[in-house]
Design a protein around this ligand. Structure first.
Ligand code: NAD
Length: 261
């Protein structure tokens, strides 16, 4: 059938080799599909094999191409293997969306454990640092590149009962700004997105258990709703594209006005 919108599908990232971590669900999966729609070749990385393979199926259904590499971003050997495999398979690395992350279950400070601290920091901070450590040398070799790290509004403001998550997302902003400054002259742009509350499986489950919970979250955003994974993915695509060619070290909120309050 004649697809009106297909005619206007602009391949602004045509054949760009792009790693997406945490691509097996939520924002990461939406980024993988949006990148494929924009013409990129997607290397999806996450710990869960069947969900990661499912993301590649969706990438292919969107007319794109890519492969899945099982990766735990908190382990240097895994990250090294992910980047090596990408370059071995496709010859170079253009872009990376370092999205893998975990939340912290809200709790009083006295109930927060060292194990929780280490787990959140290892995945959310060390994971992003390890990814950039192994991605950037290949971008330098390639003469340019772009990275988008997924932080959060919790990377810009404080939130009660989740201080470890908040600290981890502030750290993502710090890593982003520091390395953006360090590598700007080598034509590598590094930015972060800071989503507000986004509709994911977790939120969908929360809605089933307590519809008022999502209503409350929605009211906290001036636009009166929570965001969609596609809205985050659209911003990620823009940050990789030449449309944002003078943007680096930036933290882009996608939050319906949350942190503007
Ligand atoms: N959903 C929101 O409201 C929201 C808001 C702001 C920021 N974020 C951030 O967005 C990112 C994606 O979260 P989401 O909401 O899509 O949740 P999600 O749980 O659906 O996605 C997280 C992804 O990261 C992967 N992952 C977790 N630990 C990993 C590890 N050690 N190695 C490799 N992959 C790992 C998971 O398998 C999953 O694919 C996270 O960094 C999260 O902090 C989410």
């Amino acid at each position: 059938m004649y697809d009106f919108y297909e005619c206007f599908k602009i391949m602004i990232l045509k054949d760009k080799i792009t790693i997406v971590t945490g691509a097996s669900s939520g924002i990461g999966r939406a980024c993988a599909v949006a990148l494929a729609n924009a013409g990129a070749i997607v290397v999806a990385a996450s710990r869960r094999i069947s969900e990661g393979e499912e993301t590649i199926k969706l990438v292919k259904e969107a007319g794109g191409d890519g492969l899945f590499v099982q990766t735990d971003v908190s382990k240097e050997a895994d990250v090294q293997r992910l980047v090596k495999k990408t370059v071995a398979h496709y010859g170079r690395l253009d872009f990376a969306c370092n999205n893998a992350g975990i939340a912290q279950f809200p709790a009083l400070l006295k109930d927060q454990t060292e194990a929780i601290f280490d787990e959140v920091m290892n995945i959310n901070v060390k994971g992003v640092w390890l990814c950039m450590k192994h991605q950037i040398p290949h971008m330098i070799e390639n003469g340019k590149g772009a990275i988008v790290n997924v932080s959060s509004i919790a990377g810009l403001i404080g939130c009660p009962e989740i201080p470890i998550y908040v600290a981890s997302k502030h750290a993502v902003v710090g890593l982003t700004k520091s390395l953006a400054v360090e590598y700007a002259s080598q034509r590598i742009r590094i930015n972060a997105v800071c989503p507000g509350v986004i509709e994911t499986d977790l939120i969908a489950r929360g809605r089933e258990e307590n519809p008022q919970f999502v209503e409350q979250l929605s009211k906290m955003h001036p636009m009166g709703r929570i965001g969609t994974t596609e809205e985050v993915a659209n911003a990620v695509v823009w940050l990789f594209s030449d449309q944002s060619s003078f943007v680096t070290g930036h933290t882009l909120t996608i939050d319906g006005g949350y942190v503007a309050q």
